[in-house]
Design a protein around this ligand. Structure first.
Ligand code: NAP
Ligand code: MG
Length: 404
């Protein structure tokens, strides 16, 4: 069989620990035999990030901006313990944070559904995608404890010196105080990323905030979404046969639970953090989740939603064969290859990505699965396998499908 060719490079960001091991296996078994991979490789493994003083992360992010599509392996975000473990020069920032700052995007997470793993919510038939705004609010908040009686005020001093001032509360006892912010530019790019993603995936878009209580803060989110929809997306949505729907967050929660799924739920930063864990758990697991960062100017970064699976890696280093689930990492590759194919008008590459996904799903449906899923499967007798055995089983299914 002749290998599929690529025209534009895909930005490849390698990573750490167990996911780095899976990365290699996936490339060797499931990609390189079939595709003449044209990748611009960036090693985001912690050793190389440290050796380049983290320049490699910035270079990778800029390459993502240049070529449009990247695929990223999970990476270690260093903490004090990693400083000693890897003798780091500095406690480098989270690579995801650096990449997000360059691309200015929204993270979309959707579950990978298979028949033998039923969602906990029995009427959910189709995936629910959470679109999380990844900037500001409580994640960039300023807060302190109020020691005792006194007046708390909110003060803004304009560049021209003009002041806006309001009393928050006159404390008669100790308490707590918090200031949070967001920016119109960031909210607008969040909105555009959501509208573009809805169009690209032909799904309805829901958005929810608490605008009845937060009449300026949350209401601004609602207004910016509404303005951008009216002026830039209304016609395209009508043409695609999809809807934009705004509702209060409490109403949204009730509707989501009663729904069949099959839509995108855009959430403010905190809501998205909390709701994505609820939705992913109700659908199965983080290893069965796709994750893509979409920038407002149409750049895509595909990754797994989980981390580097450190506990499995330490067992791997002792020579044990681990049963780490590679699904999210395989789907990061298929997502990126399909998007590259779409942008380049490369139908063969798009078809290959679809076929590989189908081969993965069939392997799982046949009961061959990693240990994390065995306890969740219903109506079949699962066969627990190691990561390597699982990837080899996918390869056999893939070859059968490709007639290779
Ligand atoms: P983690 O790597 O997601 O793993 C937590 C636990 O979840 C694992 O010990 C394992 O449970 C289970 N798990 C996660 N992915 C799995 C998979 N593919 N197959 C089977 N089980 C899986 O989270 P963490 O241990 O908190 O973080 C480890 C490192 O990852 C940290 O250095 C962190 O900075 C980094 N991280 C990176 C990203 C990213 O790059 N996007 C995201 C999160 C964390 P059992 O051990 O019970 O089997
Ligand atoms: Mg969280």
């Amino acid at each position: 069989m002749e290998k599929i060719r690529m025209t534009t490079p895909l930005v490849e960001m390698d990573g750490d620990e167990m996911t780095r091991i899976l990365w290699r296996m996936i490339k060797e078994e499931l990609l390189e035999p079939f595709v003449e991979l044209k990748c611009e490789y960036y090693d985001l493994g912690l050793e190389h990030r440290d050796a380049t003083r983290d320049q490699v992360t910035m270079d990778a992010a800029l390459a993502n901006k240049k070529y449009g599509v990247s695929v990223k392996c999970a990476t270690i975000t260093p903490n004090a313990q990693r400083m000693t473990e890897y003798s780091l020069h500095e406690m480098w920032k989270s690579p995801n944070g650096t990449i997000r700052a360059v691309l200015d995007g929204t993270v979309f997470r959707a579950p990978i559904l298979i028949d033998c793993i039923k969602p906990v919510v029995k009427n959910w038939k189709k995936p629910i995608t959470i679109a999380r705004h990844a900037y500001g609010d409580v994640y960039r908040g300023t807060e302190f404890r109020i020691p005792g009686p006194g007046k708390a005020e909110l003060l803004f001093t304009g560049a021209d010196g003009a002041e806006l001032r309001e009393t928050v509360y006159e404390f008669e006892c100790p308490g707590i105080l918090q200031g949070t912010y967001n920016k119109d530019t960031s909210i607008a790019s969040f909105a555009r990323s959501c509208f573009n993603y809805a169009l690209a995936t032909k799904q309805d878009l829901w958005f929810s905030t608490k605008d009845t209580i937060s009449k300026k803060y949350d209401h601004t989110f609602k207004d910016i979404f509404a303005d951008i929809f009216e002026t830039e997306y209304k016609e395209a949505f009508a043409a695609a046969g999809i809807e934009y729907f705004y509702t209060l967050i409490d109403d949204a929660v009730a509707r989501v639970i009663r729904s069949e799924g099959g839509f995108i739920w855009a959430c403010k930063n905190y809501d998205g953090d909390v709701m994505s864990d609820m939705v992913s758990t109700a659908f199965g697991s983080l290893a069965m989740m796709t994750s893509v960062l979409v920038s407002p100017d149409g750049c895509y970064e595909y990754e797994a939603a989980h981390g580097t699976v450190t506990r499995h890696y330490y067992r791997y280093l002792k020579g044990e064969a681990t049963s780490t689930n590679p699904m999210a990492t395989v789907f990061a590759w298929t997502g990126a290859l399909a998007k590259r194919g779409e942008m380049d008008g490369n139908a063969e590459l798009q078809d290959f990505a679809k076929t590989l996904e189908a081969a993965c799903l069939e392997t799982l449906e046949s009961g061959v699965m990693t240990k994390d899923l065995c306890g969740l499967a219903e109506g079949i007798t699962p066969t627990p396998v190691t990561s390597e055995e699982f990837i080899k089983a996918i390869r056999r299914n893939l070859e059968a499908k490709l007639g290779a």
